[in-house]
Design a protein around this ligand. Sequence first.
Ligand code: G3P
Ligand code: CA
Length: 269
Amino acid sequence: SEISMKPFPVEEPIIIAHRGASAYTPEHTILAYEAAKEAAATYIEIDLQMTKDGVLVAMHDEKVDRTTDGTGFVKEYTLDELKQLNAGKWFNQTFPDLANKQFESLEVPTLEEIFLYFGDEVNYYIEMKSPGIYNAMEEKLLALLKQYNLIQVNEGLPRVIIESFNEDSLTKVYQLEPRLTLIKLYSFNEEEAALSVQEYNRLRSYASGIGVNLNSVTTDFIQEVQQNGLQIHLYTIENEVEMKKALNLKSNGIFINNPDLGIRIKDEF
Ligand code: G3P
Ligand code: CA
């Protein structure tokens, strides 16, 4: 049934490896997701952009500049061209203390390559990053999820969660495939997270929950969201202090750059 496709744990928060294990490996590379899997993160987080020839790829920014040795917009690159870029050298240059020779041979993975590589060995938390600048990102994503049989439940959790700041994009996915678990993202000012009754009602019509920046929330807000029948996941935890804060807030999920740290602290908590 529709309900049983959207199960969530209630007792402890899911640990979402933000951009893979991005604290110590180059974000959005197979190695970063591999490290997240090693750490036993509940989900690997994948931000999506799209190439000129319509291929979904894992990258946070609309431009390749920050996380590769190239320049310009992803949408101006064909997949062949994008594959020429190096996706790990920047990390060694930016974080010399964490540099690793292995990182020098990394490329930008396509979403399909990620599915082929990990199959049903991980759960996927996928962000439609800039759906407004791409054509049919939602349809392409759904086609891949179906092709790789990923619209399923894994040990009581959704195999795939889809997140976006873009509500139109999420409602489009909902209309195309109502069984999927959707998370609407928000970014609020410090301690100013708030939603109206109308917003809660609208959210419940398509989403399972929301993703919100840690510094914006209060305990009262977290409880209000949960009492309104929605999950709340907090981004982005960078250290032990923030991890403890997120655990004390009793959210349902935690986006963290260092999933090893997150799981250790959660287990000790
Ligand atoms: O998706 C939640 C969080 O990842 C949003 O921040 O910019 O890292 O995608 P960003
Ligand atoms: Ca993200």
